[in-house]
Design a protein around this ligand. Structure first.
Ligand code: IPM
Ligand code: MG
Length: 370
């Protein structure tokens, strides 16, 4: 059996708590001989800053480069609000994305049947929802230069961020979206703001060409990003795959998360280009939610997004798609049984599980189908 090398980067706040539930699943899979995971752990975010004054150390970056999959929890918290900008907790995550070349971020928003009542939207709007946001992750305004605040000397300052996209960056993310669409309903909605942004004009042009030349059988539509946000809360089931830039993808995926009932439900996968020789892609898996410092240590955190992120690692990096399906089924079963952390509770199904209880119930379900 091939061995896989996993790097845990639990981070801050609820990160370590939700990661603990993944570790139990990994330990069980090892003990059963289902897989051979070699695991290592590093620091990222505020915890890394406290240890060595950086948001992620070079040594941990080397481990991340070598891993078959990086499992990332969450970073940040009020404790580090005042640390210098370039070593703020989020800088660790951005360095991982950039240095590992993880340009494709997959954020599937699935509304589990049992949670159709937990969304703030009407049940018929979200029931059966299954959409995938493909977010460009290493370009755009997150990384564009110049990125500065300058003193204008007249009591005014000027803040500048730069949105930049080159053709190749749009081509490769479009291809990821069209390829994934093939495995689904084969429909891609490309979201940009071509009405006010040059990057939007180029985005639209490149996606249109990739569609015409390489994926003519897919259905492609273009949607303005603001309209896409509105459509997501009006009638999200019109979408299959949404492809969009780094900043719009950040915003639209938070909207999509709430359609599933809670931010605590949304996993994500960040993938690089396949290596020319080994075909292996660098990868990092993280829940879309943040470090939730307000509930850290209380047992209220929902581990499902983190566990489902591990499921995506099984599917996209470890060639264990069958186990990813089993894990998804275990999550679905536990929800159907009525288990709820606070964030996914409703009048009909009140909160009745801590982080650990939820994680262990999912593991027990997985053990049943094994
Ligand atoms: C996300 C987060 C990050 C982002 C933050 C923590 C830097 O919001 O992954 O959606 O903006 O990309
Ligand atoms: Mg975000």
């Amino acid at each position: 059996m091939a061995s896989h090398n996993l790097l845990y980067l639990p981070g801050d706040g609820i990160g370590p708590e939700v990661m603990a539930e993944v570790k139990k699943i990994v330990a069980w899979m090892n003990a059963q001989g289902i897989a051979k995971f070699e695991t290592d752990q590093g620091l990222v975010g505020g915890s890394a800053y406290d240890a060595h004054g950086k948001a992620v150390s070079d040594a941990d970056m080397d481990k991340a480069q070598a891993a078959d999959a990086v499992l990332f929890g969450a970073v940040g918290g009020p404790k580090w609000d005042k640390v210098p900008y370039d070593v703020r907790p989020e800088a660790g995550l951005l360095r991982l994305r950039k240095d590992l070349g993880l340009f494709a971020n997959l954020r599937p928003a699935i509304c589990y049947p049992a949670l159709a009542d937990a969304s703030s939207l009407k049940k018929n709007v979200v029931e059966g929802l299954d959409i995938l946001i493909v977010r460009e992750l290493t370009g755009g305004v997150y990384f564009g230069e110049p990125k500065t605040i300058t003193d204008l000397g007249n009591g005014q300052k000027r803040g500048i961020d730069t949105q930049v996209y080159d053709t190749f960056e749009i081509e490769r993310i479009a291809r990821v979206a069209f390829e994934l669409a093939k495995t689904r309903k084969n429909k891609v909605s490309s979201a940009e703001k071509r009405n006010v942004m040059k990057t939007g004009v180029l985005w639209n042009e490149v996606v249109t060409r990739i569609h015409k030349d390489e994926y003519p059988t897919a259905q492609l539509e273009h949607v303005l990003a603001d309209n896409c946000a509105m459509q997501l809360v009006r009638w999200p089931k019109q979408y299959d795959v949404i492809v969009t830039d780094n900043l719009f993808g950040d915003v639209l995926s938070d909207v999509a998360a709430m359609l599933t009932g809670s931010l605590g439900m949304l996993p994500s996968a960040s993938l690089g280009a396949p290596d020319a020789k080994t075909k292996r892609r660098k990868s990092l898996y993280e829940p879309v939610h943040g470090s939730a410092p307000d509930i850290a240590g209380t047992g209220a955190a929902n581990p499902i997004a983190m566990i489902a992120s591990f499921g995506m690692a099984l599917r996209y990096s470890l060639n264990m798609g069958e186990w990813a399906d089993k894990l998804d089924a275990a999550i679905s079963a536990v929800l159907a049984q009525g288990l709820r952390t606070r964030d996914i509770a409703s009048d009909a199904a009140p909160a009745n599980a801590t982080t650990t209880q939820m994680g262990e119930a999912i593991l027990r379900e997985l053990q049943k189908v094994a």
